[in-house]
Write a protein that binds this ligand. Structure first.
Ligand code: S3P
Length: 434
């Protein structure tokens, strides 16, 4: 166990920060690169532990990957003649739900058996949602009695093409089915209950695959993937911690250049505007010609509460912890509904977030599917537990910085920032040093 991190209030947040590469895109770029015929070249690969787990799992399946310290990477694709090979041991996905669910889809179309496992948090997370469609496609998928990992996938080729309607919106599950669909006997369709991030669809197009879209439906046909070059943009989910923190105080300002602006991911910017912060976006050239990218600047303002529900939720699901922290600084009630999925993330984010925020003096109430937060409150330093959840650790760090009383907030489980943003505390120190 690493010691807790202690953080005091900050007095100013000002400046520019280049956040690490997008985690969601990095997972997909590695997997699609592994399936392509030839070498793919990446820049800006996310440096965290989650993406490192995707890389090591692919390597265990016979993929040659070279990762340089500066975010450049080369992936030697195995397709179409060669293919993923059976790993000698179980694949360790660490803390990464994306690794486990997406790889399950990728290996389902290979005639190999793979057993996927992970850390204690990942072994508690729901996997039936991905096992069910892959079974319908003809792969044999076995889970524990609770519908959790270890998940054993016995793939086959070809799989049966299906039309799948996931009961909850999930980009990871959609991705697994689309990846399996590349090895099916006809076109495979996913019908989404609400739009989710569409990185997979965009990157498949970059690989030369025809993806038919419209009316909430995505269809792929079996295809050979062309190798590609991609400079991965900065991760808006990582930038969100600093952007939301800047929003909390008049006179504070943070600029994040070259961050991804995928429409399935940028709901946090809509919420910041709705709460009264100044948000400026300058769009640049799309990454690989397919992923929107831009510079984002947020200026603090006098904030008021807002309501977050429905189709907005999947567009900011990972940003809800830091949005909840910001809501403690806004006038009135912020309501978060339709977000029961938060309970199935790296931790039960509804319960753990509310517990920590209450200890810091916030007025907040949990709902089965969300939170009610009443502000503004003067947060006070306290001992809080991030429950080993990277996004909670960073959200509590933001809350610590916004405390209105002297003293240090003690964050247990803060080492988990390494899962998505290893340099988070250093970047926070730089922005608040001015
Ligand atoms: C992700 C999708 C979301 C998100 C996760 C990353 C992805 O999860 O919360 O952090 O990269 O596809 P779900 O697919 O479970 O909604």
């Amino acid at each position: 166990m690493s010691p807790p991190v202690n953080l005091g209030p900050i007095f100013r947040l000002e400046g520019e920060v280049r956040v690490p590469g997008d985690k969601s895109i990095s997972h997909r770029a590695l997997i699609l690169g592994a399936l392509a015929r030839g070498r793919s070249y990446l820049g800006g690969l996310a440096p965290g532990e989650d993406v490192a787990h995707t890389a090591s799992c692919l390597e265990a399946c016979g993929v040659y990957i070279r990762i340089h310290g500066d975010g450049r990477a080369m992936v030697e694709g195995t397709g179409p003649v060669h293919a993923l090979i059976a790993p000698a041991e179980r694949l360790d996905c660490g803390n990464s739900g994306s690794t486990m669910r997406m790889l399950a889809g990728a290996v389902a179309g290979h005639p190999i058996t793979v057993c996927l496992e992970g850390d204690a948090s990942l072994m508690r997370r729901p996997m039936r949602r991905v096992a069910a469609p892959l079974q319908e496609m003809g792969a044999a998928v076995r889970l524990g009695p609770e519908g959790t990992a270890p998940m054993t996938v016995e793939g086959r080729r070809p799989l049966r093409a299906i039309t799948f309607e996931p009961p909850v919106p999930s980009a990871q599950v959609k991705t697994a089915v689309l990846l399996a669909g590349l090895f099916a006997d006809g076109p495979t369709t996913v019908v989404e209950p609400a739009p989710t991030r569409d990185h997979t669809e965009r990157l498949l197009q970059l690989c030369g695959v025809q993806v038919a879209r419209g009316d909430g439906r995505v269809t792929v046909a079996p295809a050979v993937l062309e190798p590609f070059g991609l400079r991965i943009p900065g991760d808006l989910s990582s930038a969100a911690f600093f952007l939301c923190m800047a929003a909390a105080r008049e006179g504070w300002r943070v600029r994040c250049p070259d961050v991804g602006l995928n429409p399935g991911r940028n709901g946090v910017l809509d919420v910041l505007r709705a709460m009264g912060a100044g948000v400026e976006v300058a769009e640049g050239e799309p990454a690989g010609g397919v992923e929107p990218v831009g510079d984002v600047e947020v200026r603090g303002g006098i904030l008021h509460g807002t309501r977050i529900e429905g189709a907005l939720v999947p567009r900011l699901i990972d940003e809800l912890p830091v949005i909840a922290v910001l809501a403690t600084q806004a006038e009135g009630v912020t309501e978060i509904h339709d977000a029961a999925e938060l309970r199935a993330k790296e931790s039960d984010r509804i319960a753990c977030l509310a517990a920590g925020l209450k200890r810091m003096g916030a007025r907040c109430e949990t709902l089965p599917d969300g939170l009610l937060i009443e502000g503004p409150t003067r947060l006070v330093p306290a001992a809080v537990d991030a429950a080993g959840d990277h996004r909670l650790a960073m959200a509590f760090a933001v809350a610590a910085g916004l405390c209105a009383a002297p003293g240090e907030t003690r964050i247990a489980g803060a080492e988990s920032v390494a899962i998505s943003y290893p340099g988070f505390f250093e970047d926070l120190a730089t922005l608040s040093a001015g």
